[in-house]
Write a protein that binds this ligand. Structure first.
Ligand code: DON
Length: 321
């Protein structure tokens, strides 16, 4: 189907309307390199099942995956070893604590990290990626992601260095994991692969495409390629709904209602499944969404990006609930 100019105009208008919300956030200061981003930026790309991209606002920027990578390593690892293997090593329970909190671990002493989207679970998942060294694990993940997006990807070395030097909390978490017997590799190796995956650069277009594939249960409806099973996609979407926006996940589910994963660089990847009985025509057959808005709120989610998704979901009836 042809691209629809009305959708394009509407999206551009909503980006303009939501730009004011950037003042509700600031760039991530705890990773100095991310702190340098321009907080006034806001952009969105939506991709439909026919391959039409609708992009508005600041969509020329590349930015790092950060926590969005956690959803992707979970999928990549599940593809390689099977879902059962992964779920034996990481749970699917939200914590209600900050993404890098040590509290749930310390208080509950669980027999596995609570979920793959908090840092403890994410570092565990990354450490399990196939390959003996962090370099090999990174190469596996990168090639998996490159197949999904259909072009080469690169790491942002400045962001990597900046996070490596300021990763005191993650290093502490990794030592906890090691002590609890959840890390089979050395702490520094686990941190290396985790920080590398967080530093992979993407565009809003890339996120929209991966979001569409997740929405279509591992299938790319444009190229007709199957990348992962329905079973894996289903658990990924459950995690995105329950933990994807950290401590705003409940609010995001109530007001946006789209499985999504955020990152502290200001990216959001969202997967809109097909909805045959939608009250509107737009994106009835589903969509992938990529958002960039580096001014993040206290929970670590793009402040204006979240507000914009709320408006889009309401107007186009995209909520899965
Ligand atoms: O581990 C960190 O702190 C970052 N590399 C990623 C955190 C993140 O993106 C949390 N998300 N909203």
């Amino acid at each position: 189907m042809q691209s629809n100019p009305r959708i394009q105009q509407q999206l551009a208008a909503w980006v303009e309307e939501n730009k004011g919300h950037v003042i509700l956030g600031t760039t991530a200061q705890y990773i100095p390199e991310l702190g340098k981003a321009d907080p006034s930026k806001l952009g969105i790309c939506m991709l439909d099942e026919d391959g039409n991209y609708y992009c508005a606002g600041d969509t020329d920027e590349k930015f790092t995956l950060q926590s969005i990578s956690k959803a992707l390593t979970f999928i990549a690892l599940s593809c390689h070893y099977g879902l059962e293997f992964v779920l034996e090593r990481v749970d699917v329970e939200p914590t209600g604590e900050a993404f890098n909190s040590i509290i749930p671990f310390e208080i509950h002493r669980p027999n596995k990290p609570f979920n793959p989207f908090i840092n403890a679970g994410a570092i565990t998942v990354s450490s399990l990626l196939p390959g003996r060294t962090s370099q090999k694990k990174y190469e596996y993940l990168l090639s998996f992601l490159e197949k999904l997006v259909g072009h080469p990807l690169e790491m942002d070395h400045d962001v990597y260095d900046s996070e490596w030097k300021s990763s005191h909390r993650n290093r502490a978490l990794a030592y906890y994991l090691k002590e609890a017997g959840f890390l089979e590799i050395e702490v520094e190796e686990a941190l290396d692969i985790y920080i590398r995956q967080c530093s992979i650069q993407v565009s809003t277009q890339d996120l929209a495409l991966i979001g569409l594939i997740i929405a279509y249960d591992g299938y790319n409806p444009i190229t007709e390629e199957k990348f992962f099973s329905e079973e894996i996609a289903q658990v990924a979407k459950v995690l995105m709904v329950t933990c994807g926006m950290y401590n705003s996940s409940g609010n995001f589910a109530a007001h946006v209602g789209i499985p999504a994963k955020s990152g502290v660089s200001g990216g959001i990847m969202a997967a809109v499944p097909p909805k045959l009985h939608s009250q509107t025509y737009e994106f009835r057959a589903g969509a992938g969404i990529g958002v960039y808005g580096p001014a993040i709120d206290v929970q670590g989610n793009s402040a204006a990006g979240t507000m914009m998704l709320r408006q889009i979901s309401k107007e186009w009836d995209l909520s899965i609930f």
